[in-house]
Design a protein around this ligand. Structure first.
Ligand code: SAH
Ligand code: SF4
Length: 366
């Protein structure tokens, strides 16, 4: 956080202590703590993003605040969908990078939450370095991490645009959230805090491709956050074929970390399993998946693969999907198969990079 010479710091992201410290360092004002509380109240309570409208602050302070803090939401350059259907927002960050967030109204609880009234799927990075073979987000490589302010900004901006409060959050947009761990945790603090967005920890789900050390770190966090694992292969040979991360953290280590989370949090995880024809939609994979999910009492969320232009993978037939689901259920696994168009969270968010690429020209023209 800056002194008076430093560049203005993002006001979205830091908490009351850091804001107060920045006010003291940058402006040497008395009562910085109280002013910090007022500032955050304007931002998160009243959703006012213009210092001039913060009328309980002295006018001279309002004038000096832009020297200390930057206060801007990601700019929405495109919206897809409307009304009570899934809405995709394309946001432009201050440096021009584009990310998408997807608002999914009234979908049934997917990740174990109680109710799931309005879910926002947010991005954690621009691009992704993990290069899963089926995923559009990694096609163009990794560009950069999103800052805490840019992650929280997606929520504030989506709420502003929709006029509704987001009740549930999933980190299933572009990027690998656990590869941006510190910023992820900083963002979650704001999203959860009573002085921030006030979204309950049990309504926040982070999805990871399986970064084992971070799964353990995440389990050690005090908040009751939820965890989803992108499994997609139930044996090392199948998983390694489509997810390079499996070479680094093979299934034995991954499932041990999942067990650690389940034990530590007394909470069950969700395995996401994309069904891809000729790859993982087989009775042998269903049996192996049941053997992994069973002891963990994990939920399995089956997602028929959404084809990505340029990639060879296709979704299996509905019969094959149903057979796979049936095999899991017969083994006592709590499994769901989501194929409603537009309500498929993973599919909606798994292709952000492509959406972004398609939208680039438009954004450039805007
Ligand atoms: N990097 C994290 C979170 C973002 S991906 C992770 O991998 O978990 C969100 C989900 O979308 C993941 O489960 C991912 O495997 C899935 N996904 C990616 N491409 C997809 C596609 N074409 N069809 C369906 N789901 C896809
Ligand atoms: Fe990255 Fe997740 Fe896509 Fe894999 S599935 S490339 S980790 S965004």
């Amino acid at each position: 956080m800056g002194g008076s010479q430093a560049l203005p710091a993002d006001l979205i992201g830091p908490g009351p202590d850091e804001v107060a410290a920045a006010l003291e360092a940058g402006l040497h004002i008395p009562g910085a703590r109280m002013r910090a509380g007022q500032l955050l109240q304007w931002v998160y309570g009243r959703r006012v993003f213009d210092f001039d409208r913060m009328t309980n602050l002295p006018a001279d302070l309002r004038g000096r605040l832009p020297g200390v803090f930057r206060l801007a939401l990601p700019e929405c350059v495109r919206v897809q969908g409307s009304g009570d259907s899934t809405r995709k927002y394309l946001f432009r960050m201050a440096d021009g990078q584009l990310v998408e967030s997807v608002l999914i109204p009234a979908s049934p609880a997917l990740y174990g939450e109680r109710s799931d009234r309005l879910t926002l799927c947010v991005s954690s990075q621009v691009g992704c370095a993990y290069g899963c073979k089926f995923c559009a987000s990694g096609l163009d490589g990794w560009k950069r991490n999103l800052t805490p302010g840019e992650i929280v900004g997606q929520v504030l901006a989506a709420e502003g645009l929709s006029g509704e409060r987001v009740s549930n959050l999933v980190f299933m947009g572009m990027g690998e959230p656990f590869a941006n761990f510190q910023n992820l945790l900083a963002a979650i603090r704001v999203l959860n805090a009573p002085w921030g967005c006030g979204i309950g920890a049990r309504r926040i789900t982070v999805s990871t491709s399986g970064l084992v050390p971070r799964i353990r770190d995440y389990a050690d966090q005090p908040l009751q956050l939820r965890l989803a694992i992108s499994l997609h292969g139930a044996t090392d040979d199948v998983r390694s074929r489509i997810m390079p991360v499996n070479a680094r953290y093979p299934l034995r280590e991954l499932t041990a970390a999942c067990a650690y989370f389940t034990h530590r949090k007394k909470q069950h995880i969700t395995f996401e399993f994309i069904l891809i024809d000729g790859v993982n939609c087989t009775p042998a994979q269903a049996a192996a998946l049941a053997a992994i999910a069973g002891p963990l009492r994990a939920k399995v969320n089956l997602i028929p693969y959404n084809s990505v232009p340029g990639l060879p993978w296709v979704r299996p037939s509905e019969t094959a999907q149903d057979t796979f689901l049936g095999l899991l259920r017969r083994k006592g696994i709590q499994a769901t198969l989501r194929r409603e168009k537009g309500h498929d969270i993973a599919a909606a968010c798994g292709q952000l990079r492509l959406q972004t690429a398609l939208s680039n020209e438009m954004a450039g023209a805007a």
